[in-house]
Design a protein around this ligand. Structure first.
Ligand code: SF4
Length: 410
């Protein structure tokens, strides 16, 4: 199968090795964080407690927030700071409207693509990467929100920025220097640990970057290699942090992207409901259909329903409802979009887990004809079912067994 940017299988029959690698690397990230940025995090937790700003979350979430800040600052701040004027508020609102109004999404996206290139991507950008000032952080966060790609990160950075507002210049210098050092470490270590899964990213960017000019998916399809690694580790850290809440839920649902379907959009006979689409079993060989059957076959407590959801859909629909049991959501998407979705589900108080697509391939964003996408069913079991959460103690099943389950369902 053609690898467009990344492949979790990396030439192997399945992505089991990837999940071991990313788990080990996430352990390294946590260890490194504890010797570098942990004083910043504990200081921040005291600030949160003092002002009662939120219930303290798991430490993995704060590590991910600071790592995201370091990487996104490095990747986008020069560009964002070069923008002196842009319709930031209108653009941020447009990215919300496209989620709420799926019918007019193509029109909104057409407008966003043009506005993004006209205003958010100036030809000349600042090259110099500097220790940020608080005013610069404010400006870059506005840019992040306007892109529609980093809204969740911006919400979290704005809270960090409020905390940094209480610090002296000397303290700020030390904080940003430490984040920069941690980001440098991650840059190098992530290539060594995860680089084999993202070998095609740079050549894809070289070949295709011009194609995305004027398109609304300009940012999500032109992410740098370090951002792929950030999102890979981010998915792992989120799963660890969100797992205890997810385990308490009585009902599980699995959200899959449309590109996993066995037939093109116009031929798929899935039924539209408020939350997305439900497979109606039109062809047995379709992966979504197979997954749906697997979900139904499970014993009580382990069964799940499958919904097909379009890219950038309204995730608030999964929020807990009064008088109804809380739903645990396992979301699947490609590396460039999954983490943003995970933060969004968290904001809507939805206990979630995530499983990455083994590769990207949808026709709309990545490939002229589209290439089939899939995810690792063993990883789904580990995330959705009541099995040990500790990877190292969990005895892996033979991946072939899953193939047999698929075959039996045909
Ligand atoms: S089997 Fe289900 S998801 Fe697959 S193409 Fe048919 S209706 Fe759509």
């Amino acid at each position: 199968m053609e690898t467009i940017t990344y492949s979790l299988k990396n030439g192997k029959p399945d992505s089991e090795t990837y999940y071991k690698d990313v788990s080990c690397f996430a352990d390294q990230v946590i260890k490194e964080a504890s010797s570098s940025i942990s004083p910043i995090i504990y200081d921040y937790l005291n600030y949160i407690k003092t002002y009662n700003l939120e219930e303290i979350r798991k430490i993995e979430e704060y590590i991910l927030e600071l790592l995201s800040f370091g990487i996104l600052w490095r990747t986008y701040a020069g560009r964002a700071l070069s923008v002196k004027f842009a319709p930031f508020i209108v653009m941020a609102k447009m990215s919300e409207w496209r989620k709420k109004h799926q019918r007019i999404k193509p029109v909104i996206d057409f407008g966003r693509g043009i506005l993004m290139t006209l205003f958010l991507f100036p030809e000349v950008k600042l090259i110099k990467r500097e220790i940020p000032t608080l005013e610069q952080i404010d400006h870059v966060c506005k840019w992040f929100e306007a892109t529609g790609e980093f809204k969740e990160q911006a919400i979290r950075f704005i809270r960090w920025r409020a905390f940094w507002g209480n610090k002296s210049n000397d303290e700020l210098y030390k904080i940003f220097f430490q984040i920069e050092e941690f980001t440098n470490w991650f840059d190098e270590a992530s290539i060594n640990n995860l680089g084999k899964y993202t070998e095609n990213v740079d050549s894809f960017l070289k070949k295709s970057i011009r194609k995305y000019r004027w398109r609304e998916d300009r940012i999500s399809c032109t992410r740098s290699r370090i951002e792929y690694h950030l999102n890979m580790v981010g998915a792992e850290l989120m799963n660890r942090a969100f797992r205890p809440e997810f385990k308490k839920t009585e009902i599980k649902v699995v959200l899959v992207p449309g590109c996993m379907r066995g037939r093109p959009d116009e031929e798929c006979e899935a039924v539209r409901v408020k939350e997305g689409l439900i497979c109606s079993n039109c062809i047995p060989g379709c992966r979504v259909n197979q997954l749906r059957k697997i979900g139904k076959k499970q014993t009580r407590g382990n069964s799940f329903n499958v919904y097909i959801i379009p890219h950038a859909s309204d995730l608030s629909l999964w929020s807990p409802r009064e008088g109804k049991p809380k739903r645990g959501v396992v979301a699947s998407a490609c590396v460039t979009t999954l983490v943003e979705g995970g933060w969004e589900l968290k904001r809507y108080n939805v206990p979630a887990q995530c499983v990455l697509l083994d590769n990207s391939g949808c026709k709309k964003h990545w490939h002229p004809e589209g290439t089939p996408t899939n995810f690792n069913i063993n990883e789904l079991k580990r995330r959705a079912f009541q099995v040990s959460e500790n990877w190292k103690q969990f005895k892996l099943e033979n991946p072939l067994r899953d193939q047999r389950v698929y075959d039996q369902t045909k």
